[in-house]
Design a protein around this ligand. Sequence first.
Ligand code: PHE
Length: 455
Amino acid sequence: MAKEKVTGKRENFVSKFGIIAAAAGSAVGLGNIWRFPYVAGENGGGAFLIIYVIFVTLIGVPAMLSELIIGRRSKSNAVGSFRKLRPGSPWYLVGVMGVLTGFLIFAFYSTVAGWTLHYTYLAIIDAFHGLSGDQLAETFEKFHTSALLPVFWQIIFLILTAAIVIAGIEKGIERYTKILMPILFLILLILVIRAVTLPGAGKGLAFLFKPDFTKVTAKTILEAMGQAFFSLSLGMGVLITYGSYIQKRENLTDVAGEVAFFDTLVAILAGVAIFPAVFAFGLKPEVGPGLAFLTLPGIFQQMPGGYFFAIIFFLLLVVAALTSSISLLEVTVAFLTEEFHLSRKAATIWSSLVVAILGIAATLSFGVLKDFKIWGSTIFDFLDNLTANILLPLGGLFIVIFVGWVMNTRETKAEITNENAMKGRLYGVFLFLIRFVVPVAIALVFLYSIGLIKL
Ligand code: PHE
């Protein structure tokens, strides 16, 4: 399919801050605030954090830069970009896999996002007031295993996402993330200050920052890698799509570095906000996916100003989820509008409907569909594990191989140096990482985790 399609004038991010806000908005999400703390909690805390940070630096940043290069070089969506750069080759299938992965993520993501909306509502009406730990657990259990309410909030969330995406890149995504991201950061800082001044905060901080490597298993390493890909929104074309809206004058290396830094900072801050509180009130860090929903309301109501802090915390989760789901949807919408010439509105509505069907199934898999298992997992767990731990790293693997071995160094260097306007001192390091280090590391983690190799 070598022939280039006639697409209308493509939009761009108009400012550097807009790019960072949108990309960091995609990266920073439930992955940082809901997923990171509970996965770190299940995997022993400090040691997980160190392995995670190593993956972000060594694999995440180069993989992100690779996606940005593909996007900006081709000025096209996740599928069209591969077609444009290597016409007639099967590489576009990596983009197709990305679009499909995006659907799967968005489905279970909207489940949890719906929970955050409901919990915001509960916080506002002060529904946690006076409830014991057991009663709070019961509240969460009852809510997330029921049918109507979680699905209702999930649909509200999908409508909110669709409305922003329909508004377009500059007037929608860029405009909203520019406002929402600084608010998000500010609220998190308030929470961190609140948490570290709780009595007994030191224990939680020690859990997060003092590594215990005896807890590290093959699963820990796979989960740390999966979490890095998930949290940075890598491996499915978000950064290809957003990269295609970045103007030629911007420095892509800076963008990748700043987004990864900011994303990691937010994850660690979320941990700093959550773990001291968990320990201060005698809770267990390894409670799992319920960590935010099951324990935090209890923590909030035991602290001064808890009513207020609960509301802003769950609002923070909603905002974080929204700026990420926007990017998930945008990958599909860009693909459909450019490859199939659908209008932006039609593309958004149709993809949202498909996500809704799959997403409702994921939501119901905690309740009426809980006995429906795919290879032993519920629909929700299956989607979560399959995407984060397998599909995203696999997509990332293909993407770095494409940039490192299929594109030539003239093309990639031109993107890194903005057609030689800049020095690109780190180009050699980048090339070495994406050609050798990243592919080998991803492959090793896969092989290690399925038990084919032993360390
Ligand atoms: N990075 C987002 C988060 O941390 C989730 C996400 C994954 C978004 C993949 C887009 C693509 O919540």
